[in-house]
Design a protein around this ligand. Structure first.
Ligand code: SAH
Length: 249
């Protein structure tokens, strides 16, 4: 990891709007993301949505119009919180199970930009009008329901931060891992060479780099075909267009 050069662009910046600011930076303050934060490769702020409530109880939610269970986050309070953020050109994401599923391609795109503003929903979600009124882009981290957007925000920010220049020790590791070329990553091994009667495949210790690359490609293709028919079909589609070179069809 390397410190940014003096006079370089302002670092990538994540601002999270939440009613639980104490959860942050949490896991983002440790390990790879935490060290990068410490040395200024990215910046982080958590905004307490409750600070923008005007009533005595500092309420951020109210009952759903039309009835039904749970509570809905109020548009006026959330909009005031958003308007207090210096957004610049940063996209404003709303964590939501209804959103566009997050992909590595989207993450790479977000990491290339100036940063992100992330709104964490709670309860039944947020009033629809603030989504339209502030141009929030709904993003989902998967087809399951969390109790709040904070854990989803950790996922999005962590995925972006590890792609920022200087954050990953070996820049190459970002290019070779799962999804980078439409395939899942090949299996990894490390010492000891034999463990509980299972050996590391011979080709990986033979030192022939072309053979190693071919083995890894074949394994990546096998795993993708077995586990992710959706990715595999897309990959074969790309191969037919002459973009890719598969070892097996
Ligand atoms: N009633 C909503 C779910 C609300 S869950 C629905 O059925 O769509 C409460 C909050 O958790 C959401 O507002 C969102 O911010 C967050 N959340 C839950 N699941 C999520 C997911 N899969 N991806 C991103 N955010 C999620």
């Amino acid at each position: 990891m390397s410190t940014p050069a003096p006079g370089s662009d302002p670092p990538w910046q994540a601002t999270v709007l939440t009613i639980f600011p104490d959860m942050f930076p949490g896991p983002l303050g440790l390990s790879l993301a935490g060290r990068a934060l410490d040395i200024g490769l990215w910046r982080f702020a958590a905004i307490d949505i409750r600070d923008f409530a005007l009533d005595r109880h500092r309420s951020t939610d109210d009952t759903p119009a039309g009835g039904g269970p749970g509570m809905v986050m109020k548009p006026d309070v959330l909009a005031r919180a958003l308007d207090a953020v210096e957004r610049g050109d940063r996209p404003c994401l709303l964590m939501s199970p209804r959103g566009t599923p997050l992909t590595q391609a989207r993450v790479a795109d977000l990491a290339k930009g100036p940063g992100i503003v992330v709104v964490c929903g709670r309860f039944e979600g947020v009033d629809e009008r603030v989504i339209a009124g502030r141009g929030l882009k709904e993003v989902s981290i998967g087809d399951y329901v969390l109790s709040g957007g904070e854990i989803a925000a950790f996922a999005v920010i962590d995925a972006c931060v590890r792609l920022l220049p200087g954050v990953m020790g070996q820049e190459r590791s970002g290019l070779e891992e799962s999804f980078a070329d439409g395939l899942l990553e090949y299996p990894q091994y490390t010492r000891p060479q034999s463990w509980e009667g299972r050996a590391i495949p011979d080709v990986l210790i033979g030192g022939d780099h072309a053979k190693i690359a071919a083995f890894r490609r074949q394994e990546a293709e096998r795993l993708t075909r077995e586990r992710r028919p959706d990715l595999w079909a897309a990959y074969l589609g790309g191969a037919r267009d002459g973009e890719k070179n598969t070892t097996e069809r």
